[in-house]
Write a protein that binds this ligand. Sequence first.
Ligand code: HEC
Length: 198
Amino acid sequence: MIRLNHEALARENREPIEAPRRMPPVFAALVVALAAWGAAYLWRDAGEGRFGEGDQRTPAALLVRPASGGAIDGKALYEARCAACHQASGLGLPGAFPPLAGSEWVLGAASRPASIVVAGLGGSIQVKGHAYQGAMPAFRDQLSDAEIAAILTYARGAWGNGAPPVEVDTVAAARAALADRAGPIEGEAELVRLVPSP
Ligand code: HEC
């Protein structure tokens, strides 16, 4: 049988109990303020149509859209899609990628560079007195008419180029004219035949 030693028990401390502790009011206020700020942030973006209906763009494309909304950033798209070959400077790489800075093709009839970007380019082409014999991929499946127009508008105004902007309709017409075409445009000879300068 167990015998309790009451004297020893009396000397023991009481069992601890856990008292409920309230969150400090300052911390509670901070949590509420952060939640409200987050909600307001999302609300503002939705109001600008960035995530709203009618916005068919992919999340990746949304990234190149300036926070002010509206216009497509042709410079950012150029740097993402074209600069690997033609360089951010627009100077290309001698012997491999032709320059867009000062190029007679970029500065001439807008329907020609538009057709090159839509369908790609192979064969040989003469740019600023140098012959190139390379292969440029088609962008018809990667870029919309408006994006191609924005890129070419940037290229025609950057690096000392001074040609007028490219209209979205010009790109749409080039896309329609090349709709049945599978391979790239075969060099300068086919380019000038397919796309007469107006
Ligand atoms: C993979 C490399 C590559 C990429 C990416 C590329 N190009 Fe090209 N581009 C070339 C090559 C190579 C040629 C010359 C093709 C030939 O010799 O037939 C060319 C030719 C051109 C020309 C006509 C020649 C000139 O210098 O004016 C234009 C205009 C042009 N590209 C614009 C663009 C634009 C705009 C983009 C981005 C949407 C782009 N290119 C992306 C490689 C590329």
